[in-house]
Design a protein around this ligand. Sequence first.
Ligand code: C2E
Ligand code: CA
Ligand code: CA
Length: 779
Amino acid sequence: MSGMHARPAELTVIAGSAVAAVVLTVWLVGGLPGVEVADNFGVAVFAGYAVVCAVLAARASTGRFRGVWVCFAVAFGGWTAGELIYGYLDMALHRASFPSVADLGFLLFPVFSCLALVQWPIVSAGQSRLRLVLDGLIFALSLFLLAWVLALRGVYESFRDDKLVVSLALAYPLLDLMVLAVAGLVLVRAGPRRRRPLMLLTAALSLITLSDITFAWITAEGTYAAALPIDVGWVAATVLFGAAALISRGAPTAPDDTPQLPTSISLWLPYLPLLVGGSGAAIVVLDGVLRATVIVVIVAICLRQFLASWENRRLLRMVADQALRDPLTGLANLALFNDRLAHAMQLRERDARAVAVLSLDLNDFKMVNDSLGHAAGNELLTRVAERLATCVRPGDTLARVGGDEFAVLIEDRADHSLEIAHRIVEAFDSPFGVDGQSLLMRPSVGLAVASPEDDPDPLGEHLFKCADAAMYAAKRSRTDGVHVFTPEMTLEYPEHSGLLQVGDTGAKGGGVAAVQLLGELRQAIDRQELAVVYQPKYHLESSELAGLEALVRWPHPVHGVLSPNDFLPMVRRHGLMASVTELVLDKALDDAAEWAARGTPVPVAVNLFAASMADADLPDRIVSALRARGLPPEALTLEITEDLILPDIKRTCAVLRELRRHGVRVAIDDFGSGYSALSYLRELPIDEVKLDRQFIGPIIWDPRAGEVVRAVVGLAQTLGLTTVAEGVENAETAERLRAYRCDVAQGFHYSPPLSAPAVATLLREETIRPPAPAAVRWN
Ligand code: C2E
Ligand code: CA
Ligand code: CA
């Protein structure tokens, strides 16, 4: 925004001053009556007008700009005073001469103009104002040198007698040149917002310089009588200056611009006149070897200065660039991400396109840091950054926004951003090589999309918060996969600590103990020391045994029997999932085969890790494990948690379909704990729905919870699915579920998980009736 639009009143004044200048010119040229007065005081009036404009501008501005206009007011004040004194001397005393006291006033002009310009805010990073003055000096002296060589030398020679007169006459253009040079340098360095008044100012100063040079020339020639062109130049200059001062009023008082790199023109501009003036002087004054040497030296100095400036500029650019990069990974940092996000959000409103933010946090990163050291932690972050970079497209912004937090900005349709999010989750399927170890890291990924119709959010702050909320929801659910933000997710940030840290290990006392426990866990898996217990499931209607759920345990020599919540996070983190699944599956099927051999065949259910769904070989392995033991496929149910379906519905469906094609049963576990679960009932090829225990507990005291369970049971039944209620802890709940026509129940009310020998005893006493096969055919 230019902010420099003059208001009508100011335009009128500017136009009026221009008309007055034309009138004065006509007056002087036409020799109209009173031309003598006009000649003597016309310029004074216009200089006075410039003072008024400068004062008005000073009053309207603050900060540095006020200083600028105050100095200009003094500068033009000096000039006005000089004109008045000169006119008085000429008219009243007929003693107009050059030099005179009036010159004291005139000399104030270049000095204060220079002071004014030096205060003009420039936006180049870290350049001193002294340098500006020195550049101006070099520029002016070089030009003067050139002028001297070309013309002034002769003039000066001809004035051998009155050197003071000619020195002063020459001093004006020299000082003017310096002021003009500073103005030019400020102009190329100033921010774009205030460029227009600055250009007018520079034009005004150019006119003054031109007039003063002419004045000096005429003085040297001794023909000042023909002063007309000079007066016109001065008057026109005051009109331009007045315009500059007036339109700068009402400009924004906000900081002009953010610092930026010096433009390349500002790098070489000061040295151009030195090159020309210096070599010109050398050519004229010197000859032979000396001439060549001086020219070469000047050229070399200019080149060197230019190079130094150019290198500085490059360094500055590098530093500026680095300020926006994360030093460890080389990705964008939070500042750059926020900047790009704000930009994208503004384009969203203009171009009507969706913007998505993906927020990713590494689960248990702290544990890596604590147990393997910070160097390994850093290495891991670098590896993660590299892998993430392969998932995004060239236009997307990938940033590291916190210790183990990453964010991706995607400007594209919502389904494309979801696709990228899935790709990112999949990228974590294989372990990261760190410090000679292979670590499996899981990310918590949240995605939030702002479509063009959504409420304005110019900086994208809200969108970022939504993505974070979705990410925390993912973290809480402890499952893989992309969580897409929904309004039910709270925007409050949960406590960071304790999410997956406490109870991760079952051992207190931090890093070393954790590493030790990990070693013990690997050993326990290798030696098949993990145990499996079985929790019975009963038909609600007949109280017959419907099957068993296999639950893993770790009998630890020191800490006692550890339950899944104590060590499964560690299993996930260190990529031990496949071996644990294999172990549990083998033990459960071995036991099932033995019970079948004793004449009491019973179906068993095994829980699957989320990551297992990505394993295309899983169906084959399971089918051959069943075959090897002579077990029918219906003897096995696989329980998958609802959240794990989220990552890739297509792939999940393919794996499930393959399993069911072979006759293995599939159950959705923890149904009701996640989001948008209902559609899964329709889309997924499953046999059984296990209602989450948090869902079941309240039904005896909360009528609404009861109604929800009743409705879900009814729905599942319509779809031909078996319903299993988890966490049934008392007879009242069981009674209620029976009334709801729920099929199967499991929980402490019936039995805690039992050891294999205890199950063998149980089986001898119970009637076993597997649940009916699913009534629907999925294709
Ligand atoms: P889940 O699949 O929901 O398993 C049921 C959990 O609820 C078991 O905890 C069980 O002991 C507990 N439970 C049973 N009846 C009741 C009850 O009436 N009230 C309450 N409050 N809880 C009850 P457990 O054995 O600690 O297992 C926890 C979770 O660990 C399981 O939840 C399952 O997601 C996971 N898990 C267990 N074993 C395995 C395994 O072999 N492989 C995989 N991938 N995950 C497993
Ligand atoms: Ca389960
Ligand atoms: Ca469950």
